[in-house]
Design a protein around this ligand. Sequence first.
Ligand code: 13P
Length: 257
Amino acid sequence: MNRELRKTVIAGNWKMNMLASDLGSFVSGLLPQISGFKSWCDAAVCTPFVLLPAATDAFKGSGVGVGAQNMSQFDSGAYTGEVSAAQLSDIGIDYVIIGHSERRQYFGETDKSVNEKLTTALKSPLIPIVCVGETLSERETGVTFELVSLQVKAALVGVSASDMRRTVIAYEPVWAIGTGKTATPEDAQEVCAAIRSVIASLYDKSTADAVTIQYGGSMNEKNAKELLAQPDIDGGLIGGASLKPDSFAAIINAANQ
Ligand code: 13P
């Protein structure tokens, strides 16, 4: 286990859920249950764009980071409806999710746009969380490793070793997202270890050992401990269970091992 070499990061992905009026009770429900978390993990909540300023206020001083769920691949300019990395950093945002499977599935994101967004994000202080993962048919066809390796390699084109060290990779099997079907800890570990070897082959072992690799897909208070105990799973990207302070707190506490 190389826990000392890399950070454990537990991040909630609220997707298109929650209202500004929900923030107060979420924060007051969560914080008392996670005291001391900073000694064992970094925690963050990735909210819809419109909630980001209120969320940064609500979490101020708590140590819980705030992240966005997407950003533009462009630096600035005539891109109606888009939000830039500089705009996110400017209001104190810490993380940005890039290439979530829902964005690939519903909004036409590709390995190429994921790479462009990642390289743009890395010019800012944001910590990118790059999502990869296979669909059910890809898993059943036996191409999980090839597919995930390709997604990782395509995302990382042009990324330096030092930028790699501050990039988080989230392995999220598409068939496990929002379905209640979790990858077994062994299956999730196997793919996360494979991702680490791809990073080692692109860079070197010490860089690969420094990269945080999360698992995401129906992670909850019941399965988190076992998933997070796997040597190559350094955290979680949590959807549904991050909407409930009790469940999210239990997952943050499950990382204390
Ligand atoms: P669920 O935890 O709801 O399955 O969502 C996972 C996810 O997509 C996090 O980004």
